[in-house]
Design a protein around this ligand. Structure first.
Ligand code: GDP
Length: 196
């Protein structure tokens, strides 16, 4: 897969707008501000493919990027305290409808901040993935914020923590430094050849 061949396709705010699933999809999920846009940009060697924002809680949309022969599907971030109930319901509806329609979903990348234990929202997401038998890996973000010795311990602790939910692999990443990016790229590519 040529990650340099990436372009934004569209943002969808309503489940009825979701496009046909005509190519394999890699899904990215995580709390607002976890570093999802930064990771997507880094994977694709782009600065602004996905919007990087220091102010979390923008409108919930599912963003599709064409990346060579696949789609990157960027789910709206969750866990932002200041959203209304109506927004929360819309988020639920969007996410559920994405997962409930048959799609060529290859694997989901669940992002977790390597510095903090999973939040209640993160745990709810892990439970959702487990319950719906959604194949997923965890990408720990912002590894550059930890010392080397702390990084290994964090990775091990997340491995143990996430395994019961069916997590297949844990990648320690830094969008800033490029840590773990090549490993994650390779893994995603392998998913294309082994699961299609
Ligand atoms: P999103 O809301 O999950 O899409 O998160 P963003 O990609 O917008 O990032 C949120 C904040 O975290 C921004 O200020 C980023 O610059 C910062 N950030 C993202 N990735 C990294 C990383 O690998 N290292 C560091 N130090 N900061 C990061």
């Amino acid at each position: 897969m040529n990650y340099n061949r990436s372009e934004f396709q569209a943002s969808y705010g309503l489940s009825s707008q979701l496009p046909e699933s005509d190519r394999p999809e890699f899904v990215f999920s995580g709390r607002s501000n976890v570093g999802k846009s930064s990771l997507i940009n880094r994977l694709c060697n782009r600065k602004n493919l996905a919007r990087v924002s220091a102010t979390p809680g923008k409108t919930a949309t599912i963003n599709f990027y064409r990346v060579d022969t696949a789609y990157f599907v960027d789910l709206p971030g969750y866990g932002y305290a200041k959203v209304s109930n109506a927004d929360r319901e819309r988020w639920d509806e969007l996410i559920n409808s994405y997962f409930e329609t048959p799609r060529a979903m290859t694997v989901l990348v669940q992002l977790l901040d390597c510095r903090h234990a999973p939040s209640a929202d993160d745990v709810q997401m892990l439970e959702y993935l487990h319950y719906h038998k959604i194949p997923f890996v965890v990408a720990l973000t912002k590894a550059d914020k930890l010392k080397k010795s702390e990084q290994a311990a964090a990775e091990e602790s997340f491995r143990t923590r996430c395994a019961p939910y069916g997590c297949r692999e844990v990648f320690l990443t830094s969008a800033e430094k490029g840590t773990g990016i090549e490993e994650l790229r390779k893994y995603l590519e392998e998913c294309l050849t082994t699961e299609q």
